[in-house]
Ligand binder design. Structure first.
Ligand code: PLP
Length: 459
């Protein structure tokens, strides 16, 4: 063990006890003591992160994973990933500071933001972070002045028009402009050591990776012609984080492996990296949010005679978190968060058309609508799965001002696997890699009054 993560950083979950049970305990405690102070409780299953890592190594054995800190910079996540030996992809000074604070060496950090503030470049120079990305001449000029010993990675544009987020609108040099940028770098004595790209999040077409890998090969050739020694290929992010994704991780991995074999065959001397965000954390986090207010609204304006209990109505629930906070995926990824209930409704309980709204007093803070839920009450908790990616704001995490709590948990099996950096022998088969490592979400319906745990590491 490298010592980034210790047993005191998380709740050790014993067999027969799930992270869902943990959430239940936390929210029960909260309803008596802290309602009103804490808007949301996260439970993070660090075992699920460990499992994702082993899956990654299994399917993409030639790729060295880096973690995109912007996706979720909570300490438990950073520590477990550092313990697993990942590198870190940082977009700014705050993120570099954070990972260096937990002891990650500068050699394991890439500052993967092609358009940085000069202060950020200076910070990287001062703190030994040498790998930086760029995609334009202005950035090159800033680096010449503020970080002459930097090793630059040229970020190229991708075909991401079908992705949920189109990063190539803002980032990435076109193939046409690459030669000019490489020439300029050479003239300015800036070392360009590789090529990166990011196909955008939620890309439905794995061939986008193959196309970008082929493009990167061309840029490597240009670089070699101009005398650059290029030996890093960075595949960026965009890998799915939850089961329901349009394209499965395994499918993407198979396309990438074929493209790598074709354009960057084994033994070609190129170090292949990826910067994964949502892949590692989405499914590991579950959140409970409480209802703070409710009202019934008639869907149409009925006449006086129609105003009866059978008139069509919707129940509007107000939550303490909304689309400007942890549910921002509604705005950016077009998702419709669907809660599960802590108390399973009985089959004969009537269901009502319901909508969920956040705390902002505006018409945009709509979390979900068209849900069919039983009659709920103020103080009830709604539970949302797959809440690990882009739900928390780094600045509030850094300042400790966030309005939610995170409790980290891990199964003993996952902890042992992490300590040995190996899957348990029985789990080496790819299909089921690590299922038992996470904290038993499979048994969520059973309310075990399980082994006692000591809640730890709530940040
Ligand atoms: N790398 C870069 C440069 C990014 O901008 C991002 C996210 O925007 C990522 C990696 C992580 O992407 P994802 O969360 O889709 O893996």
């Amino acid at each position: 063990m490298a010592g980034y993560l210790s047993e005191s950083d998380f709740v050790m979950v014993e067999e027969g006890f799930s992270t869902r049970d943990l959430l239940e305990e936390l929210t029960l405690g909260a309803s008596q003591a802290t309602t009103g102070k804490v808007a949301a409780f996260f439970v993070a299953d660090l075992g699920a992160v460990v499992r994702k890592h082993f899956c990654f190594l299994e399917y993409l054995p030639r790729v060295r994973p880096f973690y995109a800190v912007k996706c979720n910079s909570s300490l438990g996540v950073l520590k477990v990933l550092a313990e697993l030996g990942l590198g870190f992809s940082c977009a700014n000074k705050a993120e570099m500071e954070l990972v260096q604070h937990i002891g990650v060496p500068a050699s394991k950090i890439i500052c993967a933001n092609p358009c940085k503030q000069i202060a950020q470049i200076k910070y990287a120079a001062k703190h030994g972070v040498r790998l930086l990305s760029f995609d334009n001449e202005v950035e090159l000029a800033k680096v010449v002045k503020s970080h002459p010993s930097a090793k630059m990675v040229l970020c190229i544009a991708t075909q991401d028009s079908h992705s949920l987020s189109h990063l190539s609108l803002r980032f990435g040099a076109s193939l046409k402009s690459c030669r000019h940028l490489l020439e300029n770098a050479k003239k300015s004595h800036v070392e360009v050591v590789g090529v990166s790209f990011h196909i955008g999040s939620g890309c439905p077409d794995p061939q986008a990776y193959a196309q970008s890998i082929a493009d990167a090969r061309l840029v490597f050739q240009m670089g070699a012609e101009l005398g650059h020694t290029m030996n890093i290929l960075d595949l960026g992010g965009g890998f799915p984080g939850s089961e329901g994704a349009k394209v499965r991780f395994e499918e993407i991995a198979s396309v990438i492996n074929s493209a790598l074999d074709l354009y960057f065959p084994e033994g070609c001397g190129v170090d292949i990296l990826a910067e994964l965000g949502r892949y590692y954390v989405t499914s590991a986090f579950t959140v409970a949010v409480s209802i703070v207010a409710k009202k019934e609204v008639l869907l149409d304006q009925p006449s006086k005679e129609e105003e009866t209990s059978s008139a069509p109505k919707t129940i509007v629930y107000h939550l303490d978190e909304g689309v400007y906070g942890i549910f921002n995926s509604v705005l950016f990824d077009n998702t419709c968060p669907t809660p599960t209930l802590q108390k399973k409704p009985s089959v004969d309980q009537p269901l009502y058309n319901s909508s969920l709204w956040g705390p902002a007093v505006d018409g945009c803070d709509r979390v979900a609508e068209g849900l069919w839920l039983p009659q709920l009450h103020v103080g009830d908790w709604l539970v949302f799965d797959n809440m690990g990616a882009y739900t928390m704001d780094t600045k509030s995490l850094l300042r400790g001002t966030q309005a939610y709590r995170i409790t980290y948990a891990m199964s003993r099996l996952a902890w042992e696997a992490l300590r040995r950096q190996l899957l348990p022998a029985d789990d080496q088969d790819a299909e089921d890699v690590c299922k038992p490592l996470s904290c038993g979400w499979e048994i969520t319906d059973t309310l075990c009054v399980g082994p006692v745990f000591t809640p730890a590491s709530i940040m």
